[in-house]
Design a protein around this ligand. Structure first.
Ligand SMILES: *[C@@H]1O[C@H](CO)[C@@H](O)[C@H](O)[C@H]1NC(C)=O
Length: 357
C-alpha cells in the first residue's frame, strides 16, 4: 500500500519530470511575464511597496504567501540572469530566464510529488492486486503525477499550480493518515471531507466564483483519490476529467502545440479509462450509454473547431465560434457531472444516516 521506497513511484515521478523538461521550449503565455515581473518586484522592493508597484500592467495581485514564494525564487534567479530582476525590463526574456522560470516550476513540483506519495499511503489496500500496474495506489499515482491538465497549464501555459496543489493534497493526506483503515469509510472521515472538497470546488467553479478554466483542476485532483476507491466515483471522475481537460484545450492555441496537447490528452484519457475499468471490472460499466456518446462527440467537436472551422469563410467574421461551442458543450457536461456527484453524495449520506438509526 505504502508507495514509499517503491521503485515504481520514483520511476513515475522521474518520467514525468523528464517530460516536463522536454516541454521547456514550448509556447508560454503572458503568465511568463507576469511571474518575471513579480520576481523583480519582490526582489527589489520592501514588502510595504510590493502591492503598489505598477510599472508593469501585471501588478502583483496574489496573496503575500505567494509573493514570498516569488521573493525566495528571485534569490536563485539572480544567478541565472540578473536582468530579469530589473523592474523596468518589461517583456524581458533570455535563454537563461526561460530555463530558470521553467525549472522553477519543475523543481517546486517536488512538493506535489511528495504530496502524491503521501496520498497514495491513504488509499485502502483491500483491492491490492498482485500486479503493480493494477494496484489502486499505482493508478492513483499516475492519475495525479501525470495529470494532463496540470502538465499543460503549468509546463506549457506556465503557472505554479503544481506547487500549490501539492500543499492542498498534503493537507488531504495528513487528514487521512493517522488511522488509515478505519477512518476512511466513516461518514465524517476523509471520504466525507474529500467529497465536500470536490463538491465545493465544483460548485464554486459552476457558479462563476472562479472563472478561469483551470479551476476545474481543483475538483479533478481530489476526485482522483475517490476514483480509485469506488466505481461510482470512478465514473464521475472519468466524465469530469475528460470534459475538464478538453475545456483546457483553448489555453493552447498555437499550431506547434496542437499535436502535443492532443497526444498527451489521448495518452492520459486512454490510461485513465483502461486502468479504472480494469480496477472495477467486476462491477457494472463506469459510464452509461448517454455519457459515452457525450464524450465521443468531443472528437468531432475538436476536429470541427481546430481543422474545419479555420478553413471556412466564417473564421474572419465569427472567430469566437469554436470557443463558444467548446464552452457550451463542456458546460453541459460539467453541470451533469456536478448534479450526479451531488446526488451520489446526498444519497450516500441519507443511507448512512438510516443505517445509523
Ligand atoms: C509586452 O508584451 C505585451 C503582450 O505581448 C504587450 O501588450 C506590451 O505592449 C509589451 N510591452 C512592452 C513595453 O513592450
Amino acid at each position: 500500500m505504502a508507495a514509499g521506497g517503491r521503485g515504481w513511484f520514483l520511476a513515475l515521478a522521474l518520467g514525468v519530470s523528464f517530460l516536463k523538461c522536454l516541454l521547456i521550449p514550448a509556447y508560454y503565455s503572458t503568465d511568463f511575464e507576469v511571474h518575471r515581473n513579480w520576481l523583480a518586484i519582490t526582489h527589489n522592493l520592501p514588502i510595504s511597496q510590493w502591492y503598489y508597484e505598477a510599472t508593469s500592467e501585471w501588478t502583483l495581485d496574489y496573496p503575500p504567501f505567494f509573493a514570498w514564494f516569488e521573493c525566495a525564487l528571485s534569490h536563485v534567479a539572480k544567478y541565472f540572469d540578473p536582468k530579469m530582476l530589473v523592474i523596468e525590463n518589461l517583456n524581458y526574456t533570455s535563454r537563461a530566464t526561460i530555463l530558470f522560470q521553467r525549472f522553477s516550476v519543475i523543481f517546486t513540483d517536488i512538493l506535489f510529488i511528495y504530496a502524491v506519495r503521501e496520498c497514495c499511503r491513504c488509499v485502502n489496500g483491500k483491492r491490492a492486486a498482485k500486479d503493480v500496474l493494477e494496484k489502486p495506489t499505482f493508478i492513483l499515482a499516475v492519475l495525479l503525477l501525470w495529470n494532463f491538465g496540470l502538465l499543460i497549464v503549468d509546463h506549457i501555459h506556465f503557472q505554479y499550480n503544481g506547487f500549490l496543489f501539492g500543499l492542498m493534497l498534503l493537507s488531504v493526506a495528513r487528514l487521512c493518515q493517522p488511522s488509515i483503515f478505519c477512518l476512511w469509510f466513516k461518514p465524517q472521515g476523509p471520504r466525507g471531507f474529500l467529497q465536500c472538497l470536490v463538491l465545493c470546488a465544483l460548485s464554486s467553479f459552476m457558479f462563476g466564483w472562479h472563472v478561469h478554466e483551470k479551476a476545474i483542476l481543483l475538483a479533478i485532483l481530489p476526485l482522483s483519490l475517490l476514483s480509485v476507491q469506488r466505481a461510482k466515483d470512478a465514473g464521475i471522475y472519468l466524465l469530469l476529467t475528460t470534459i475538464g481537460h478538453f475545456s483546457l484545450f483553448p489555453l493552447l492555441f498555437t499550431p506547434p502545440e496542437l499535436p502535443i496537447k492532443i497526444l498527451l490528452m489521448l495518452l492520459f484519457t486512454v490510461y485513465s479509462f483502461s486502468s479504472l475499468n480494469s480496477l472495477f471490472r467486476r462491477e457494472r460499466p463506469l459510464l452509461n450509454w448517454l455519457e459515452t456518446i457525450y464524450l465521443i462527440q468531443l472528437v468531432p467537436l475538436e476536429i470541427f473547431c481546430e481543422i474545419i472551422f479555420p478553413l471556412t469563410p466564417w473564421k474572419r467574421h465569427f472567430p469566437f465560434v469554436p470557443l463558444l461551442l467548446t464552452s457550451v458543450y463542456c458546460a453541459l457536461g460539467v453541470t451533469y457531472a456536478w448534479l450526479k456527484l451531488y446526488v451520489s453524495v446526498l444519497t450516500e449520506r441519507i443511507s448512512v444516516r438510516q443505517k445509523a438509526e
